[in-house]
Design a protein. Structure first.
Length: 336
């Protein structure tokens, strides 16, 4: 984006859309640092308490689809001068089954016809490709074979706990006995995240929680809370983060050495099937920038065939762990 923008023009020219505020904030931070000495301004367009300027003059806008769409409709962001339009995590962003898909399309339609469109994602399921060709009909495509996606820096393992109600005990045993460092525990729902966090805190574990925004009710999560949780986790103030898939894509925290799938991700479009793409994104939160990491999948008797499906899909072999803490400690020591 930086080379596609004229710093002398005080108007928006480059746009990057991201599926979550956390990823938008991260990308905004990166591009701001890279462009520190270019004379450009960079706007983070996500829901926030303070007001946006009446007319945006920042050359590059990074944000979430809903907020960018709103600002563009109100002409706070003038769409007429954009030269480059980037969609990060494009597979989920332009999926017709996702709420963000129509928003991304509407934003694209407001931009000039000749704007350069770039779609990025580590995974690209077949059902998204057809829609992508409608959005960018003459695109050049660069693909990686799916068997090459499983990162060699990540040791993929699983613990078979048998009955589903044994997962909590196994997780508590691991975190009670080991000095794990920074880790992320993934669950499939916000209710599951709250329940697990409550149980682990009751057992004396220091954990934080992040999931989508909900402004009312006992499980209220606002944008300020989400920003604070991510800031504390990035800085190392907190070590264990329980998260839904709001954190599964694109987030870079190099100190994360362990990812735990408390629940395997399941597909919403193919009932009863694992979500292969989300699995890859989740475990990719460790092993960043060539560092080593460990992914542990807690599986019950109900999950075994899903785990086999994931291994078959990516043509990978996961190591079975007994759940013994000494075994896990030796694995984590190998990362140092």
């Amino acid at each position: 984006m930086l080379i596609s923008v004229d710093s002398r023009q005080r108007c928006p020219q480059g746009m990057c859309l991201c599926p979550t505020r956390e990823l938008a904030a991260q990308n905004h931070d990166v591009v701001s640092k890279l462009g520190k000495f270019t004379g450009m301004d960079f706007l983070l367009a996500v829901p926030r308490d303070e007001k946006f300027p009446r007319k945006v003059e920042s050359q590059i806008v990074v944000g979430t689809p809903g907020k960018v769409q709103d600002l563009t409709k109100r002409r706070t962001i003038d769409p007429s001068n954009f030269t480059i339009f980037v969609v990060d995590e494009a597979d989920v962003m332009i999926d017709e089954g996702q709420q963000m898909g129509p928003q991304v399309v509407q934003v694209r339609r407001m931009l000039p016809d000749k704007v350069q469109v770039l779609l990025f994602s580590a995974t690209w399921p077949d059902h998204v490709e057809k829609f992508a060709k409608m959005l960018v009909p003459k695109a050049n495509t660069i693909k990686v074979q799916k068997e090459d996606l499983t990162l060699t820096t990540i040791t993929q393992t699983y613990i078979d706990v048998g009955r589903p109600d044994k997962k909590q005990g196994q997780l508590s045993d691991l975190y009670g006995a080991l000095n794990i460092g920074q880790s992320i525990i993934f669950v499939n729902s916000r209710q599951g995240a709250f329940d697990l966090a409550k149980t682990m805190k009751a057992e004396g574990h220091a954990v934080s929680l992040i999931c989508g925004t909900q402004k009312t009710g006992p499980e209220r999560i606002d944008v300020a809370y989400r920003d604070r949780v991510m800031s504390e986790f990035r800085s190392g103030v907190t070590k264990v983060l329980i998260a839904t898939d709001v954190l599964s894509r694109g987030i870079d925290v190099p100190a994360v050495t362990l990812v735990v799938n408390y629940e395997l991700p399941m597909s919403y479009s193919s009932y009863g099937q694992p979500d292969f793409e989300t699995y890859m994104h989740r475990i990719g939160r460790t092993g960043r920038f060539g560092l080593k990491g460990v992914a542990v999948n807690l599986v019950s008797e109900k999950d075994r065939h899903h785990l086999e499906s994931i291994q078959s899909f990516y043509k990978c072999k996961m190591t079975k762990l007994s759940g013994d803490c000494e075994e896990m400690e030796a694995l984590l020591k190998g990362l140092r």
